[in-house]
Write a protein that binds this ligand. Structure first.
Ligand SMILES: Cc1ncc(COP(=O)(O)O)c(C=O)c1O
Length: 370
């Protein structure tokens, strides 16, 4: 065996996305102790950079040392107790995973279903909230990566809050790519992933809890079943004046990388980053349309960072992806769940949301389809 040297791919799938060169450099800086005062200073900066990205003043804003799926699980295991009802909106793969999480916590999931490719329907949620006013929370996916649909988090949050329910939001694909305003929209528990529009190394999950979510955790009848994800234990590690209690060994270098990618986001500015994603999507859309390729999601609800498109009739979708990978070093995603075999998912996330990537993808697709 020899060292593993990966090829230089262009990642235009549903994630991970291409990592910023500066982030890759940050990753290779010398490892220091995770309780070193300088590392703790860096974590404090990381918290304020995350607050900016999430647009929140929530004191509990951290990066979990695990991928987005752990962020999802952390929300449910901490906020939901046995026998509690949660309204789960399901319009793709990740809404279904939320339902499974609720049930594994011993909760009762009330599912509000929408078509794959459609956003979560505010009217259906309104009906469910009225019918199940004893539910403690509403959970939904802001940007459904399996279909490319964006839901109106602000409107859905308002409906949940009309019955004083907690609002749990999956922002794995939305953070940094489209507007997400945790405080303004009064979202209570929001998790994301490092590997999508933040263009950082995979394996970290930014997470923020409102004071209402913290109060729910503090009033639990039973301790959180998962030791690792119990956020009341993690809190001592991420806060405290210059002093931290050991919880687990932080992924030191990955946190340098996240610090760097959030710094790049702050330097660019959120509004500019959202605009860059929208502009790049526009370019891709025009090119795909001229190739006769159609989008799965109606224009109004399309995610700029995740373009789900139908595979043209008579085309072997797997063969096209394989040729793009082998001949152009270009990765695009396959369809997932209901869209498996029928769609491709083309990501324009973070560092990948650039004109050069759009040009490469369009040229390569054109040549392969011809
Ligand atoms: C919307 C959404 N939620 C959750 C996840 C899970 O994140 P991870 O793969 O980092 O565990 C993903 C990953 O693609 C996602 O797109």
């Amino acid at each position: 065996m020899r060292s593993f040297i990966p090829p230089h791919r262009t990642l235009m799938g549903p994630g991970p996305s291409d990592i910023y060169p500066q982030v890759l450099q940050a990753l290779s800086r010398p490892t220091i102790g995770h309780l070193d005062p300088l590392f703790i200073q860096m974590m404090d900066e990381l918290k304020s950079l995350l607050k900016y990205a999430f647009q929140t003043e929530n004191e509990f804003t951290i990066a979990l040392s695990a991928p987005g799926s752990a962020g999802m699980e952390a929300c449910f295991v901490n906020l939901i107790e046995h026998g509690e009802k949660v309204i789960v909106c399901r319009n793709g793969v990740f809404g279904e995973r939320m339902r499974q999480n609720v049930e594994r916590c011993g909760g009762i999931a009330i599912v509000v279903d929408d078509e794959w490719g459609s956003p979560v329907s505010a009217q259906k949620l309104q009906n469910a909230v009225e019918e199940h006013s004893d539910a403690v929370a509403v959970a939904f996916v802001h940007a459904e990566t399996s279909t490319g649909a964006l839901s109106d988090a602000e409107a859905l949050s308002k409906i949940a809050r009309s019955e004083d329910m907690l609002v749990i939001v999956d922002a794995v694909t939305s953070l940094g790519g489209v507007p997400l305003k945790v405080d303004e929209w009064q979202l209570d528990a929001v998790y994301s992933g490092s590997q999508k529009c933040l263009s950082c190394t995979p394996g970290l999950s930014p997470l923020t809890f409102s004071s209402k979510a913290i109060a729910k955790i503090e009033s639990r009848q039973h301790p959180v079943q998962s030791w690792f994800l119990d956020q009341s234990l993690v809190l001592g590690y991420w806060s405290g004046e210059g002093k931290r209690a050991y919880h687990h060994t932080a992924p030191v270098n990955s946190l340098y990388a996240l610090h760097e990618s959030l710094l790049l986001l702050q330097e660019e500015g959120l509004e500019q980053a959202w605009k860059r994603h929208a502009d790049t999507h526009q370019r891709l859309k025009e090119g795909l349309t001229s190739l006769g390729i159609n989008f799965v999601v109606d224009e109004e609800y399309r995610l700029p960072q995740l373009n789900a498109v139908y595979v043209p009739t008579g085309v072997d979708e797997a063969l096209v992806r394989q040729r793009l990978l082998n001949e152009y070093n270009l990765e695009i995603g396959a369809g997932l769940g209901d869209l498996a075999g029928k769609a491709w998912r083309i990501g324009l996330m973070g560092y990948g949301a650039r004109k050069e990537n759009v040009a490469l993808c369009l040229q390569a697709l054109k040549e392969v389809l011809n």
